[in-house]
Design a binder for this molecule. Structure first.
Ligand code: AHR
Length: 526
């Protein structure tokens, strides 16, 4: 079929939640130590897979590159001012399942150094709850804390919440006042009930029913300490038996259901080095399927327990991760190419299209660890996958997602997982989402359309038709493009993927798409 894209501004789905641009910081590799703080070189055997600037591991970050609080100013500025990250999940991830939050408070010289069970190495505990909150305040980012449901007890969790949110004359609220020198609470609203408790790699893995029974008790008790928290239950990928069991048990106790999925998996034949293009780039279609199924499971569970309040999906770990490249040995550092950026744009299209149920999405992770940002002690570079995030955060935020109908040739090869194609059909080469944006000051409306061509080599020309609306002739086109879909960004050059801005008058109606990501900002007439 000839490719074509129809947009229906008169068919709104839901406002796009700003929280789909959220992040994730885990005590893993160089995420905290080396990303948020200057590196603490003894904590992790860091062996990068690709050459870094020669100063890595030999030069300390100079004071001038730090905020007055001692945080890396460059990373903070990118997350706050460029990507405008609204919320960050912390401290893990797998790390949290053996994390004792009490090791990470009080005078830093007295903090306990511990073996780190999730990823190996040692945890200095130099970055703990008060540092996380201080960083969030400087970064103007909302904190989201995950509770330890592995080695942690309910009592530990209740103390942690009292420490953060207590306003009374109680022991842990007073301890926080003593440590921070301020009366005001940390006011942490978002709390996660464990991380990937289903996984065999998890400290304290449990069965779905054992977890659900425990999480139910925890939720009840937590709300006695703070009735205003937003509680996030631990799901799997949204389509698993685990998700159904947990939702059935927790529907009246949680506000959100968390799911995790990564795309960009390495070659199944481990003697090969090249990632399988199809499985990597079209992978986010699996996420959309997960979301659709999960929405059904949520509504089934709400029906069974007569729960009228909505339960939203927190996709609180997603991203592009080839586990043969980003390994525990190198702190999950992976260098991305333009194909990965196409996958990232597809991920974001999924979240925009699914705006009625996805209320939060946290890229895993925010710095160094399978991340859009890679630091050295003295600087950083933006990976290819940074640019779709930047564009979406800038243009697709604050609008209402509207229906899109797409005719596109499909990908004939294998995608991941194969059974999804057998249910949903082969993934389409073109992928799109759209939002209607209303300027708060002027009331001017514009239509923002994100289009990705995922085909490895073919170009398409596709008309964009806007149904039942008059659109003006003015269009801004933001394009991420490179001739070579395998080109990478690196130190000293962020060239492979970066944004080109072309202003256009009407010619956008037939745009040639050769593996780029486009965002069209189309003025709509009144
Ligand atoms: O983001 C890396 C890891 O992936 C997280 O620690 C874990 O939750 C997931 O398996």
């Amino acid at each position: 079929p000839l490719p074509a894209l129809d947009i229906f501004p008169s068919a709104p789905i839901a406002p796009v939640s700003p929280y789909i641009f959220s992040g994730f910081l885990e005590h893993l590799g160089r995420c905290i130590y080396g990303g948020i703080l200057p590196s603490e070189r003894t904590t992790f055997p860091y062996t990068p897979r690709r050459p870094c600037p020669p100063d890595v591991d030999f030069v300390d970050t100079p004071q001038t590159l730090l905020t007055p609080e001692g945080f890396r100013a460059d990373v903070l500025a990118v997350l706050r001012d460029e990507l405008r990250v609204p919320l960050v999940r912390w401290p893990g991830g797998n790390f949290v399942s053996s994390y004792n939050w009490k090791d990470g408070i009080g005078p830093r010289e007295q903090r306990k150094r511990r073996p780190e069970l999730a990823w190996g190495g040692e945890e200095s505990n130099l970055f703990g709850t008060d540092e996380f909150i201080a960083w969030c305040r400087v970064a103007k980012i909302e904190p989201y804390i995950v509770l330890n449901m592995g080695t942690g007890t309910l009592e530990d969790a209740l103390h942690w919440i009292e420490y953060c949110n207590g306003t009374g004359d109680t022991y842990y609220a007073n301890l926080r006042r003593k440590h921070t020198g301020r009366d005001e609470p940390h006011a942490v609203k978002y709390w996660g009930l464990g991380n990937e408790v289903w996984g065999e790699w998890q400290v304290g893995q449990q069965t779905a029913s054992a977890y659900a029974a425990k999480a139910r008790q925890w939720a009840h008790a937590i709300r006695l300490v703070d009735p205003d928290v937003i509680l996030i239950g631990c799901g799997e990928t949204g389509v698993n038996q685990w998700d159904g069991v947990v939702l059935d048990e927790l529907a009246d106790k949680v506000d959100m259901h968390s799911i995790h999925l990564y795309t960009g998996f390495g070659p199944r034949d481990r003697s090969q080095t090249e990632r399988e293009y199809g499985r990597a780039v079209y992978g986010p279609d699996a996420a959309e399927y997960s979301i659709e199924v999960c929405k059904g499971l949520i509504n089934k569970a709400r029906f069974a327990r007569s729960v009228s309040k909505p339960i939203k999906i927190a996709f609180d770990e997603y991203g592009v991760w080839d586990e043969t490249v980003g390994t525990p040995q190198n702190g999950l550092e992976q260098f991305y190419n333009l194909a990965d950026a196409l996958a990232m744009a597809s991920w974001l299209n999924v979240f925009v299209r699914q705006a009625d149920i996805v209320d939060m999405a946290c890229i895993a992770q925010s710095v160094n660890v399978i991340s859009p940002l890679i630091t050295s002690p003295t600087g950083l570079f933006r990976q290819t996958i940074y640019w779709p995030l930047y564009l979406f955060s800038r243009y697709m935020r604050g609008g209402t997602s509207v229906r899109v109908s797409l005719v596109s040739p499909t990908f004939a090869g294998e995608t991941l997982p194969q059974w999804i194609s057998s249910i949903k059909g082969q993934p389409r080469d073109l992928d799109a989402s759209a939002v209607v944006h209303v300027d708060k000051q002027t009331g001017a409306r514009s239509l923002r359309v994100a289009v990705v061509n995922r085909n490895e080599s073919r170009s398409y020309t596709a008309p964009i038709r806007v149904a039942f609306e008059r659109v003006g002739a003015e269009v801004d086109v933001h394009e991420i493009w490179h001739a070579d879909v395998r080109a990478q960004n690196g130190w000293g050059q962020e060239e492979a993927a970066r944004i080109l801005l072309c202003s256009s008058t009407g010619s956008w109606l037939a745009v040639s798409l050769h593996h780029p990501t486009h965002i069209f900002d189309i003025v709509m007439d009144d």
